[in-house]
Structure formats: structure tokens, C-alpha cells
Write a protein that binds this ligand. Sequence first.
Ligand SMILES: Cc1ncc(COP(=O)(O)O)c(C=O)c1O
Length: 461
Amino acid sequence: MAEDLIDNKDIYFPSYLGTNDKLITLLNRASQTLCDWFSKTEKNGPFPLDESFKFIMPTEDGNSEEDLFSEIESLLNNSFNPVHPGSLAHLDPPPLIFSILGDLIAAGLNNNLLAYELSPCVTLLEESLCKWFAKKIGFNDFSGGIAASGGTLSNLNALIAARYNAGLSTNPNSVLLVSEDAHSSFIKCIRVMGLDTKNLVKIKTDNQGRMDINDLRKSLDKCSIENKKIFAIVATLGTTVRGAIDPIKEISEICKQRDIWLHIDGSIGGIFAITSIPIEGLNNINQANSITINPQKIIGITKTSSLLLVSNMSTLENTFNTGLPYISSKENIINRGEIGIQGSRPAEVIKLWLGLRFLGLNGIENILKSSIKRKDFFIKNISKNKFDIFSGPLHIVSFLPKKLEPKDSDAWTQTKVNELIKKNFMLSRPKFKDKYFLRVVMGNYNTEESHIEELLKILEA
Ligand SMILES: Cc1ncc(COP(=O)(O)O)c(C=O)c1O
């Protein structure tokens, strides 16, 4: 008699035969546990970590369901809660309901975006959704894109493609130009690309936090005198500290004249480009070669969800194609592990697609407009006599008391952050131009005007 290969048939994996009653019970219990946690938000506050909380590591034998559910509860009760209306520190809004479902489906599906044969339907979904986004921002029929786990990786994909397509992949004199307020991920990108930090040329910003075009021109001339080869210029569409938008039209004209790849880091503001919301400075983005859009940062698609859109898909194919020898290919379908640096990748696109289908364009606009409204309300009501305010067209505000000495900004912001968290408001304290600031990010749909009024009272006390 053939020996049975499976010792204990019913517990580890979904059954391919039965009705999976056990799994259904567990999923129901997990949903209940999660929803109970959401309901305890007010009581727990945005950041309830108990410093003595300890994880138990795996033991010889597996643990009981009861143990595991109790540990899940402890984990939840000690976690940052983006649903709390006082969670205003970062670009981490509450999770969109249909994205939560999308994550569950993607986990159960366990398909792999490495290749069509491991994710036939989801490969086509990702391809179509990237094309939909690309068309929405005004790219033509050659365009498309690739998802990645976060804005940093989308930016890296773009820069590797830019350098490869400029024929500069092995050139140690190749440089990247970004504004001094660009995100720190570009420092990582430069390192990962085997370059020195001096290959990252920083362009000054004006008093609104936008790239200074005169300084850009000067730097371009300096680069050519020093025989440095520019493989890309990055325009930021929404800087991290104050939400400024670089002058995309002027930068794109310079890039066209000099045949330089323009990458737009739209991790924060790019999503506005698929709506009709008027945002000052958000124009001409279809003149770029590539743009990062990171829907996890404002509209609540669960992490991670980031897209790199390119005006011409062949640039990604040229850069990343290896032939993938252990995977079969199908005519006219690109294995998506061959157009970006990630190999195996989960079906994250499902939660983006479901989230967007659920919201529709009106829902997306509603969320984005509400972020801007909250920012406007905050700025309208904060005392201009007491604070210097740094903001732009998006939903981010950094501020400091007037006349505070730079050396005192560290202690003042730390004290305020500690005081605020005790009153269930979580703000961040970015270091920017040698000073610490307090920053509010108004992307939390649960934050109402009454919460902002309460926050302002504490700040101005
Ligand atoms: C402007 C900008 N670009 C890129 C990133 C990096 O995105 P991620 O954290 O998803 O890698 C951030 C993160 O806040 C950002 O603000």
C-alpha cells in the first residue's frame, strides 16, 4: 500500500477538497478581532505602545489558536493606529475598507507577479491598471508601468532605467540632480547604484520650497564644465516636509532641450494628477519620462502600493530584461519580474484596483479634497503671530514658533510631541535645514474640524 505523505491533513493549508469550515471560522474570528481593535481606537489613542511588551518566539511545538489570538490582540493593542483622528504625523492614512479585503484576497491567492505563469490574471490586471494611470496623466500608447513595494523602490526603478537608457550604467562621472528638499530615498538610490553621494547634485530651493530654476541652470553648466554626465533630473511633486511642487514645466523644457531623462517623484502629490482638482503647479507632468505615484500615502490603499509609470515601456524592458531562464514566456505578454528590480512580488495590485473601483473617481477626489480642506482650516486658524508656517499646495504643514533659536528647536519640538501624544495627537518632527519643525499631515479622513480646533488649542496654550 502506498505510504501516506501527509501526517496531519487538516490543519496547515486550505483544503482543496472540503468546505474549509475551519478556515472560515478563523477568518471570521480574525475579522472580529481586527474590528474590535478599530472600535477601541478612542480608548487606546494613536500610539499606545507598552514598552514592556514582548513577543514570544516560535517554540518546539506549534501553539494553540487561543494563544495565537491572544498574541494578535496584544500586537494590535501595542500598535500605531492610523484610524485615530489624532494620527496626523505621517503619510500613513487609515486603511481603505476594500483595500483590506484586497490584501486578504491577495494573501489567499498567493500568486507571484514575477511571471505570467504564476499570476496570469493579476499580471494582466497590473499591466492594465498601470496603463490606465499612464493614460490618465496624459502619457501616450507606448506608456505603462510597474508596481513596487513603496516609493523608494519606484524611484530606484526609474533611476536605474534612466541611467541605463543614457548609456551611463558604468560611468563613475554620472550624476543625478534633485532639489535640496527632495526625499532622502535618493541618497539610498545613489548608494545602491554604486555611486558616491557627490554624484547626487542638490539644487537650491526658493522661499516656497520649489527647485530654483536659476540654480538648476548654473548646476547644469557646472556639470558640463566638469565633464559630469547627467542621467536624470528629479522634480518633486510634493516635498516631504512642506508639500511643495517643483516647477515641472520649466524643468521639463530644460530636460527636452538637453535630452535629459525627467523623473517626477510624485509619491505624495502624483495621485492628484488623475483628478480634476486644481493644484497650483501640477501641470505638464506628461512631459516626464517617468513618474512615481504612491497611492498608499493619501487615499488609504493599504501598504505597500506604489507605481512607477513610464512614457515608454521599452525603457524598462531594455533595462531589466534577463531572459528569466527558468520561466516560460508567452508572446506579447511581459513577465513582470523582467521590467523592474523586484523578482517575486505579491499581488498588491488587487488592493489598489479594488480600492479604486470602490471609490470611483468621485470618491478619490472626495478624499483628496478633504485633505486640502483640513490643511486650509488648520492654516486659517493657527496664530500667524505665534508661528512661522511652511506649506504648499498639498496637505502638509510644518511650523515653528516665531523667533525660536535653531538650537532650541530640538527641545521645543520634542517637548510638544510628548505633550501632544498624551492628549492623543500624534505629530512628527522632521529635521529640515538644520532645525526641527512640527509637522501635521492632513490626510486622515477621520479628522474633523473639532479635532483640529482642539489640536490648535494645545499648540497655542
Ligand atoms: C516625496 C517622497 N518620495 C519618496 C518617498 C518614499 O516612499 P516609501 O516610504 O513608500 O518608500 C517618500 C516617503 O515619505 C516621500 O515623501
